[in-house]
Ligand binder design. Structure first.
Ligand code: HEC
Length: 132
């Protein structure tokens, strides 16, 4: 089990930039608005799922699974696509899920996700990609 401080350090390292502590929250400049509230965990069900529903389910769900990728259940997200996993637990930068969104490749033919939504998914991965 990772400690909260380890998670923040890992995020700072993977972001490759300096770390500035501000009481309970961590702000990483340069990447824009990476602000992780260290006083609580991101919830997969309440925070990550709604983002995936809004932007991804059209093409990645039980009904329509491009590349076999289903993002409408925790199991589907962790199972990944026909090519393999898209979430590297604890390492957002190594996760194809983050890569595809950050590069603007996904969602296909649509506007890129707001940075704040990407940050939620990143934080969820860094915190251990829990089914919470
Ligand atoms: C309009 C349809 C569409 C939407 C919406 C969409 N995708 Fe995709 N996605 C595709 C298609 C088609 C592919 C396979 C071809 C490709 O990689 O471009 C793909 C491939 C991927 C892959 C690569 C899987 C692999 O193993 O190579 C990931 C990861 C992914 N999508 C994530 C997402 C996420 C996350 C969202 C929402 C933010 C999203 N997609 C929204 C159509 C879509």
């Amino acid at each position: 089990m990772l400690l909260r401080s380890d998670l923040i350090a890992a995020l700072a390292v993977t972001a490759g930039i300096g770390l500035a502590m501000q009481s309970t929250s961590t702000t990483l400049s340069e990447t824009g608005t990476v602000a992780i509230d260290a006083s609580r965990e991101v919830s997969f069900v309440n925070e990550v799922m709604p983002i995936l529903e809004k932007h991804c389910w059209e093409c990645h769900s039980e009904q329509s699974a491009e590349l076999g990728l289903k993002l409408d259940t925790y199991e589907g997200v962790m199972a990944g696509s026909d090519y393999g996993t898209i979430v590297e637990i604890g390492d957002a930068d190594a996760s194809l899920l983050i890569d595809m969104i950050a590069s603007g490749d996904m969602p296909e033919d649509a506007d890129p996700l707001p940075a704040a939504e990407l940050d939620v998914i990143k934080a969820w991965i860094v915190e251990g990609a829990l089914n919470n």
